[in-house]
Design a protein. Sequence first.
Length: 116
Amino acid sequence: QVQLVEYGGGLVQPGGSLRLSCTASGSFLSRYVMGWYRQAPGNQRERVAIIGWGTTTTYADSVKGRFTISRDYAESTLYLQMNSLKPEDTAVYYCNAEHPQFGNYWGQGTQVTVSS
């Protein structure tokens, strides 16, 4: 079992920045691929960024160059630095941990609203 808790959402103006954090607890955390997903009202949940073992990262085209995903193995924490935020980034952001054998886990989500 893995438990994920997100922090750091809020209201920010267009062009601003936010950093999301996700603290993880459980076993074998370093073996999971971890990522951030988001879901806006009326839309399907979409992948924002994932980070595999080491520093392998993948980003959605819509956030490339603006968002950075990172993980601190020692602190079992996943981060998403979001810069140059746009109104279309408004969504509930979810932390995810996935392993082909150990399972797929989600946090409860944190709201990010980009508005003036």
